[in-house]
Ligand binder design. Structure first.
Ligand SMILES: [Ca+2]
Length: 501
C-alpha cells in the first residue's frame, strides 16, 4: 500500500514535472513568437511606403520652384523645400510609353521592349517591374493614372506586373480625354457618369476619379507598406477642365494666346490643370500627416519626358511657359518632347523623405529613370533583376554610403539614339542596322547642344560610338493576346479636332 501510495505520489510528481516542462516549452514558444513578430514588425517598419507622382508633360522649368513665374505649383514647391531637388535628372525616354517602360522595368532605351509611342504596345510577360519586386517583398501596390506599358489583352497589363490594383487609362490615346466614357480597373471597364466622349466637357472628370481611388487606396493600406504609383495625365492635353473650376478662374484674366492649339484659351487650361493637380498633391500630403504615416513615406515627384513648346508663336518661340528656357538667364535646352536633345529628356525631379533627406537639399547627381528600380531594390534590400540598367541613388538620398556614378546613360526615340558619358553626349541615327548622322556635344560648355564637335573631337566620338553600339540590342516585344480588346481603348475617343474649336 505504501509502495502504491509512493508510486502514486511519484506519478503525480512526474505528471507535474511533465506539465512544468510543457509549460516551459509553451512559454518559450510564446516568447519566441512575440520576439519574431516584433522583429518582423521592425523589418516592416524599415520598409517605407513609396509614392511616385509623375505628371505628364510638366517641363523642367515649369514648376514654380524651378523659377516659372506664370505657372503656380505651391504644393510641389513645398515638397521641394522639404526634400531634395535634383538639377541633373533625366527621364528614361522622350515620349510617354517608352519612358514609363524605362521607369517600371529599370532598363534604358537600348534594352527596353518598347521603343516607340505606338499606343498600347506591351512589355513582355517575363519582365520584372518595380511593382513586382515590391510585391515579392510584401508590399501592396496600387497604380492610378496612365499606364502606357501595355493595353488590355496583352502581356503588359499592370495587374500581371505586380500591381494589386491599377485604375485609370491603359492606353495613351485613351488618356487624351479627361472626360472619357469609361476608365479601366484591372482590365475591366468602369463607366464614368454623364460623359459623352466630348474632349472638353462632361459630368465626371477622370483625374478626380483617379485621385479619389488613390486616396482610398492609401487610407485602406495605411498600416502596411504600400507602393502608390501616380502617373497622372495633367497637364497633358487635350485640356478639359470646367471654366467654373477655381483653378481656371485663377488664370482666366491672363492674356495668353493659344496658337497651334484647339481652343483659344488652352494656355489658361494648361495652367489651370497643373494648378488643380498641384492641389491634389497637397491633399495627399495632408492625408499622409492625418494618417500619421508621413514620416515613413518616401515620395518621388517628376515629369515623364521633356517639356513641349506649347502655344508657341513668333513672340514666344519656345512656348508661353518656356519649359526649356532658363527663366534666370534665358538659356535654352535644344529640342522638346519627342527628341533626344536635352529639351526632350530633362525633367523636374525631387524626392521627399522625412527623417532621411535633409530638407531643402539640392543635388546635381546625374541619374535617370532606370535608377528608380535599382534604388527601390536597395531600400528594400533585394537584388534587382540581372538586366536592370539602373544604379541605386540611396546613398545620395540618405547621405550615407558611397554614391556610385553612371559610366554612361542611353536614350532613344524611334531610330534616334543618344549616349552620355560625363559631359559628352553623342547622338546617332540607326537605319537598317547602320549607325550614322553622328553629333557630339560638350554639355558642360554647351548645354544647349549648339556646337557639333564630332569632327574636332573624333576620338571622344569614336569612344561613345562603341559604347552606344554595345548598349543597343534590338527590341524583343511583348505579345498581343486579344487584338480586338488591345485596340478598343485606343480607338474609343473621337479623332482629335483638326482645327481650333
Ligand atoms: Ca508625356
Amino acid at each position: 500500500m505504501r509502495v502504491k501510495t509512493w508510486r502514486l505520489i511519484m506519478n503525480c510528481k512526474d505528471l507535474i514535472n511533465m506539465y512544468k516542462i510543457q509549460f516551459r516549452v509553451l512559454v518559450l514558444a510564446i516568447v519566441s513568437f512575440v520576439f519574431l513578430a516584433s522583429c518582423t514588425k521592425k523589418i516592416e517598419a524599415e520598409k517605407p511606403n513609396i509614392i511616385y507622382i509623375m505628371l505628364d508633360e510638366v517641363g523642367y522649368y515649369e514648376p514654380s520652384y524651378m523659377g516659372n513665374t506664370k505657372l503656380q505649383t505651391p504644393n510641389i514647391d513645398k515638397m521641394a523645400h522639404e526634400g531634395m531637388v535634383f538639377t541633373n535628372a533625366y527621364s528614361g525616354a522622350a515620349v510617354c510609353g517608352p519612358t514609363r517602360v524605362s521607369l517600371m522595368t529599370g532598363k534604358h532605351l537600348g534594352h527596353t521592349s518598347m521603343r516607340e509611342n505606338s499606343g498600347g504596345e506591351p512589355i513582355r510577360a517575363d519582365e520584372k517591374t518595380v511593382a513586382s519586386l515590391l510585391q515579392e517583398a510584401g508590399y501592396i501596390n496600387g497604380g492610378f493614372g496612365k499606364w502606357g506599358c501595355g493595353n488590355r489583352g496583352t502581356s503588359g497589363v499592370p495587374e500581371e506586373h505586380g500591381f494589386d490594383i491599377f485604375f485609370g487609362y491603359y492606353d495613351q490615346v485613351h488618356a487624351h480625354s479627361f472626360y472619357p466614357e469609361y476608365l479601366i480597373k484591372n482590365s475591366q471597364e468602369v463607366p464614368l457618369k454623364g460623359n459623352t466622349g466630348d474632349y472638353y466637357q462632361g459630368e465626371t472628370h477622370a483625374q478626380d476619379v483617379i485621385f479619389n481611388e488613390a486616396v482610398k487606396f492609401i487610407k485602406a493600406n495605411a498600416d502596411k507598406p504600400f507602393f502608390c504609383y501616380l502617373p497622372w495625365t495633367p497637364p497633358h492635353g487635350l485640356w478639359g477642365i470646367s471654366e467654373e473650376h477655381p483653378s481656371y478662374q485663377l488664370f482666366s484674366e491672363n492674356d495668353w494666346p493659344s496658337p497651334n492649339s484647339w481652343k483659344t484659351d488652352d494656355a489658361i487650361r494648361f495652367a489651370a490643370l497643373l494648378h488643380k493637380t498641384d492641389g491634389q498633391i497637397g491633399e495627399i500630403l495632408d492625408l499622409l500627416k492625418s494618417l500619421e504615416i508621413d514620416d515613413r513615406t518616401l515620395i518621388f515627384f517628376s515629369g515623364d519626358n521633356g517639356g513641349q513648346d506649347y502655344f508657341n508663336s513668333d513672340k514666344n518661340p519656345r512656348g508661353i511657359f518656356g519649359p526649356n528656357v532658363n527663366p534666370d538667364n534665358q538659356k535654352e535646352f535644344r529640342g522638346q518632347k519627342g527628341t533626344v536633345y536635352e529639351g526632350g529628356l530633362k525633367i523636374p525631379m525631387l524626392v521627399r523623405w522625412p527623417n532621411v533627406i535633409l530638407p531643402g537639399s539640392r543635388s546635381d547627381l546625374l541619374w535617370y529613370f532606370p535608377d528608380f528600380l535599382a534604388t527601390v531594390a536597395d531600400i528594400i534590400k533585394v537584388r534587382p533583376p540581372e538586366d536592370c540598367d539602373g544604379m541605386s541613388i540611396l546613398p545620395e538620398l540618405s547621405g550615407s554610403g558611397k554614391q556610385v556614378q553612371h559610366d554612361y546613360l542611353v536614350w532613344g526615340q524611334k531610330n534616334k539614339y543618344a549616349v552620355r558619358q560625363g559631359d559628352w553626349k553623342l547622338h546617332a541615327t540607326l537605319k537598317d542596322d547602320f549607325w550614322s548622322e553622328f553629333e557630339l556635344y560638350d554639355l558642360k560648355a554647351d548645354p544647349g547642344e549648339s556646337s557639333n564637335l564630332v569632327q574636332e573631337q573624333a576620338m571622344v566620338a569614336d569612344q561613345l560610338k562603341v559604347i552606344l553600339k554595345d548598349a543597343y540590342t534590338p527590341p524583343i516585344k511583348g505579345e498581343i493576346y486579344d487584338h480586338k480588346l488591345y485596340l478598343k481603348d485606343h480607338q474609343v475617343n473621337p479623332p482629335k479636332p483638326k482645327k481650333q474649336l
